[in-house]
Write a protein that binds this ligand. Structure first.
Ligand code: C5P
Length: 402
């Protein structure tokens, strides 16, 4: 149920606006309070009278209407909402949102708001596929704007393709999911490293380690589930990319560092990758051959320390930098030393002695070491560790959505 939830529904000018009437009815049936803003173009598709009757409230359209401004300024319109839903979100309104325009009441209400926004795009398939729309949607996604649809099917223009607005039932489900979900990290950016790195010996051989990527991937999933825009920089693993996470696949430590630096600025960085400490100096350009002169000698050189590099950035250091310390003895003392050496804020120390089954296994025993001391966590699955860490991160970085 949506009892008492306040939804500001912005209806832009597209044929799919007729479906918004059904959406208003369904929202009202679920107990939501719905206030509607229509763009001028929307008036061509549905009448303000129909919208007002279904929402049982006045409909707002004019930015400069004195009566509207005296009764309900655009600031109050968005302030008095728990969620702003734009349905249909036309290519034009999406572009205006991305550009930060305030040229009508709909765009102004969106710009003047810090409330969560969900868009249900609706447009012709060509417009949907246009690089301009793609870039605008990427901008909105980066700002944490939620999206539902579009689907594929027969469009009003007679073409078949992507661009059909999600059905009212689907939009309603997304709205209900929004209200039950935890959005404590909405508007925040997170960077997570995961998996092993591979350091080439020649084009067909490499040095690596047994890291499965399970813990790093679970952390990325947990951060994304709390609404953080999450970049996962991972070496090769068998793990599936978690939903809503942007994967940057890398191989070597140096590639991993470059990808991490490219992801900055972020609010939080969690370095869970098992980065190879050394790489082969002067990896061979051609496959090494047995040539009767004995085995080749590999000379190793040290890899960059990604955690320490990110933790020591000057202007764009993440507010919170978290590292792991896989230890087999003196776990806490080593973790404390590592925290100081790398300059990170928290170290999650875990026991990887043979027999604990941590490497590649599903369970992990963590001790969180920070400036204040040590917190011992019970034995947990890697998913539970990830959720608890995301929870701690959310407590440290309060949500940007009010
Ligand atoms: O020094 P050590 O490998 O024990 O430190 C572990 C922590 O440092 C982990 O968080 C790991 O992801 C990170 N690390 C790194 N780059 C390296 C080595 C380790 O980011 N080259």
């Amino acid at each position: 149920m949506l009892d008492g939830r306040r939804v500001l529904l912005i209806i832009a000018g597209g044929i799919a606006a007729y479906k918004s009437l059904e959406l208003i009815r369904r929202l009202r049936d679920r107990g939501a309070r719905v206030r509607c803003v229509m763009t001028r173009a929307a008036h061509q598709f549905v009448t303000p009278l129909a919208v007002a009757s279904l929402s049982e409230d006045k409909v707002y359209s004019d930015l400069f209407s004195l009566t509207d401004e005296s009764e309900m300024g655009h600031i109050r319109l968005s302030r008095e909402a728990d969620l702003i839903v734009v349905a249909p979100a036309t290519a034009d309104l999406i572009a205006r949102m991305a550009a930060g325009l305030a040229d009508d009441l709909a765009a102004t209400a969106l710009l003047a708001s810090d409330k969560p926004v969900m868009i249900a795009p609706a447009m012709n398939a060509q417009m949907w596929a246009h690089p301009a729309t793609e870039a605008n949607l990427a901008t909105l996604a980066r700002r944490g704007i939620l999206r539902v649809g579009p689907g594929a099917g027969l469009l009003a223009c007679g073409e078949v393709g992507l661009g059909r607005m999600a059905e009212p039932a689907e939009i309603l489900a997304a709205i209900e999911a929004f209200f039950v979900a935890d959005h404590r990290l909405a508007g925040r950016r997170a960077l997570v490293t995961s998996g092993p790195t591979r350091e080439p010996i020649d084009p067909v051989r490499y040095l690596s380690n047994y890291s499965s990527g399970k813990q790093g991937h679970a952390i990325a999933a947990a951060l994304a589930a709390l609404g953080a825009e999450t970049v996962l920089v991972s070496g090769p693993t068998q793990e599936r990319t978690p939903p809503g996470v942007c994967l940057v696949a890398v191989e070597s430590a140096r590639e991993m560092l470059a990808a991490c630096e490219a992801a900055l600025p972020v609010d939080v960085a969690v370095m869970a990758a098992a980065v190879a400490d050394w790489r082969v100096e002067g990896a061979a350009a051609q496959k090494l051959k047995k040539n009767g002169e004995g085995a080749p000698v590999l000379r190793l050189v040290e890899n960059p320390d990604i955690l320490a590099t990110i933790a020591r950035r000057r202007n764009d250091r993440p507010a919170l930098v978290v590292g792991f310390a896989a230890e087999t003895e003196n776990i806490i003392a080593n973790a404390r030393a590592k925290r100081a050496k790398k300059g990170c804020d928290w170290v999650l120390a875990n026991d990887v002695s043979p027999g604990t089954g941590t490497f590649g296994g599903d369970r992990n025993t963590i001790h969180l070491v920070d400036a204040d001391g040590v917190e011992d966590w019970p034995v947990m699955t890697k998913t539970e560790v990830a959720r608890r860490l995301a929870d701690r991160i959310a407590a440290r970085l309060p949500s940007r959505i009010h």
